[in-house]
Design a protein around this ligand. Structure first.
Ligand code: NAD
Ligand code: ZN
Length: 359
């Protein structure tokens, strides 16, 4: 047996208002007077009050707004890397501020700055040769676990697949519940459900073990409190959700996602559905795999008055359904986790197509 040997985030600050420590943290990394930082920030915050709190030194640092209306692509990462190379000297660090998409962009760009592109050649496991530059992650949504994971998920021309290696991991993260406080209800729910689904998939699959269970069970309990307790304040819920995201991510590090994520990747690849909502659409048809958890998920939907899009398949062609099933079935590691090494004996492409037809 060859066990996984994983790297973790080096430093983490957690707490209300901890975002205010960002400048002090990065200043400590400066080694010469002309060192500067590049802030890569979700453009949803452009012209918002929060933008005023980003500690950019006007005369030294650079601030780049990124658009994540679509999930990050290899092309986007290559363009951003080229832009930063255009500044001349490499920055002393990158600071990513945004949801899971922005986290992944920053993780990838940090490595692409020290490894020649294009990004497509690094989609996979341990393909990056050189350590990237120092990077800090400040999540503005809670749930994906991208702040702690070893993966930078990117969509390329032929596949949606992560760059995964020791160098992907953030050097520093800042988990400030105040920063996620203004996220819109639906987006907060969908991203939060990513964490719930990570836990369910991690705990119910064949690769589960004492390590992933410890993190997965606790994160699942936190998600249940956040989304099922009616008396919980928004602040308490956001604190718990940030930790659920972190622990759910760690649970996955030692386990794997499963059937829901495989179907979700098909939806994102073919129709561009965002990760959180795509997971919810997929989870809602997986009673056969996840049983009572799906009922619990529906209670959460009802309590938070979130309405999932329905009857999507009515407008899909068989060709599109087949394409999504091809994307899903190719994610072998997820099916091995869900059903064991003999998964091909229980799962057919037709069965996957049927799940899509139920959406
Ligand atoms: P996101 O980053 O894709 O953002 C979703 C939307 O919310 C965007 O329109 C964004 O502009 C907006 N947004 C972000 N923060 C906001 C805030 N505080 N207020 C208002 N709007 C805000 O959402 P996500 O669900 O956090 O991330 C999904 C992405 O994460 C996908 O690209 C997925 O592939 C990736 N992911 C990565 C991992 C990993 O391990 N690396 C794990 C799961 C998901
Ligand atoms: Zn996920």
């Amino acid at each position: 047996m060859n066990y996984k040997n994983f790297k973790s985030v080096e430093k983490c600050v957690f707490g209300n208002g901890s975002f205010n420590q960002l400048r002090e943290i990065i200043d400590a990394k400066k080694q010469s007077a002309d060192d500067y930082f590049v802030f890569v920030v979700d453009d949803v915050f452009e012209n918002k009050a929060f933008a005023q709190r980003i500690p950019v030194l006007e005369d030294q640092d650079k601030l780049i707004w990124v658009n994540v209306d679509k999930e990050p692509t290899t092309e986007q990462v290559d363009a951003l890397t080229a832009k930063i190379h255009g500044f001349g000297k490499l920055p002393a660090g990158l600071i990513g501020i945004g949801g899971g998409s922005t986290m992944d962009i920053v993780k990838a760009v940090s490595m692409l700055l020290t490894n020649p592109g294009p990004a497509t050649q690094y989609q996979g496991l341990n393909l990056i040769k050189n350590r990237g530059i120092y990077k800090v992650g400040v999540p503005t949504l809670a749930g994906t676990g991208a702040e702690v994971s070893m993966t930078a998920v990117l969509t390329g021309p032929v596949k949606k697949l992560g760059i995964k290696c020791d160098y992907t991991i953030f050097d520093q993260i800042i988990l400030d519940p105040e920063v996620v406080a203004d996220a819109p209800i639906d987006q907060r729910f969908y991203t939060g459900m990513d964490s719930y689904i990570h836990c369910v998939e991690s705990l119910t699959g064949t690769k589960n073990n004492a390590f992933s269970t410890a993190f997965g069970e606790k994160a699942l309990t936190l998600c249940q409190e956040v989304f099922l307790r009616e008396d919980i304040s928004r602040l308490e819920a956001d604190e718990k959700l940030m930790i659920a995201s972190y622990m759910g991510g760690l649970s996955l590090t030692y386990s794997e996602v499963g059937a829901c994520h495989a179907l979700s990747y098909g939806l994102s690849f073919v129709f561009g559905y965002r990760h959180g909502i795509a997971n919810c659409i997929a989870f809602d048809v997986l009673d056969e795999v996840y049983g009572d958890y799906v009922n619990e998920f529906r209670q959460m939907l009802a309590l938070h008055k979130v309405t999932l899009p329905k009857n999507l398949a009515a407008t899909w062609t068989e060709e599109e359904i087949s394409k999504m099933a091809d994307v899903a079935i190719a994610l072998e590691h997820m099916w091995i986790h869900a059903y064991g090494p003999d998964w091909r004996n229980v799962l057919t492409k037709e069965k996957i197509m049927n799940w899509y037809r139920m959406m």
